[in-house]
Design a protein around this ligand. Sequence first.
Ligand code: IFM
Length: 443
Amino acid sequence: MTRKDFPPDFIWGTATASYQIEGADSEAGKGPSIWTAFSHAPGKIYQGHTGDLACDHYHRYKEDVSLLASLGANAYRFSISWPRLFPEGRGARNQKGFDFYARLIDVLIANGIQPFITLYHWDLPLELQKSIGGWESRDITAYFGDYAEAVFSSYGDRVKNWITLNEPFCSSHLSYLFGEHAPGKSDLKESFAVAHNLLRSHGEAVRRFRSTIKDGTVGLSNVSQWVEPASDSPEDGEAAKLLNQFFNDWFYVTPLKGEYPVDFSQRLDKIGAMPEIQPEDMELIMEPVDFWGVNYYSRIIAKADPKSEFGYNTVPGDLERTAMGWEIYPKGLQLFLERAYREYGEKPLYITENGMAEDDELEEGSVHDKKRTIYLRDHFDAASKAMNNSVDLKGYFVWSLMDNFEWAHGYSKRFGLIYTDYENNQRRIPKDSYYWFRDFLRR
Ligand code: IFM
């Protein structure tokens, strides 16, 4: 398999997110985010790590763009930090923040790299959390819309591809149900209310996009798991359907059809956890997207369990795992892309994240991350098979350009093509997988 197995205009890039790489968290007028507060709260993050400095990308963005250019990437997906532009989420603008992204965009374009910008990758301005409860409040939608519009008006002349939200599943359920992410709450009903407000805000951003930008595309990036039943039994089949609705369909089918997936909704209804849907909410949520962003890492297996709240549980599979403990299943990428294309409206797809954490070690200036290289090769192959089966896949972003702040895991998990040497002033050291990807792109 070589680059020639993909169309000539195929997008090849890497992805990152603001809080995970930028650092300069309280510099140049930036306001704190919910992750600033969460990472500084005792006991929330591995060994008390924070994103205060992260990869120091804020100061080293030119070096990072040079590394992208040497890789041969023709695109780069990054997110904008809302509190860097609006320190309190609304009201006063921070011009230095706007200037930073303008410089980043310009240097990318000068190097022939198209920016793909995500508006929200989890770093909500802390002030909005404190004053209105962040995503818990319906009022967030208008504020997110205003922020989105300010971004579109500032950069829309140069940036053509946009993503509203990254993985609303995580910013609702990981943050409000499982409590692992900021703001760290555990309340089922609230997590679905938050998911509803995230989807409404996504719709609002799409609406603002259509009224501000004349040429360009906008989509939504979802964490996407290939769901399998534990056996051929009808009960496990039903379990897989429910898990699919909870994990995947909730954030793909709802914006497509304006209706929450029926079976899972019925379960939620029974326990009084369905979000309140007001007239016109669904019309807003359904604002049509131009593409779906698929963030694929692994599969999950569902087994019927009449005693559990939703009628199923997940059970471990027996495939090799990454350092995150996620099973390595390239075939799942092909199957997911095929299902997504078929069931989510035959829209163009991008893989907006794919990659793996490995226990990388620096040995005499090199990192021999063989597993990651094989992982990427096999997932590229799976993507190309999906395309051969008629899936309209337009691009592939490897997660991540460099090792970075992996949320609750701090810096203990390394996903990068480039090793970040946290002990030595965040020195960048391209790993073997970086050179493999570079050669793949050159060939
Ligand atoms: O690092 C995260 C990213 O922020 C969102 N998607 C999954 C990645 C790996 O866990």
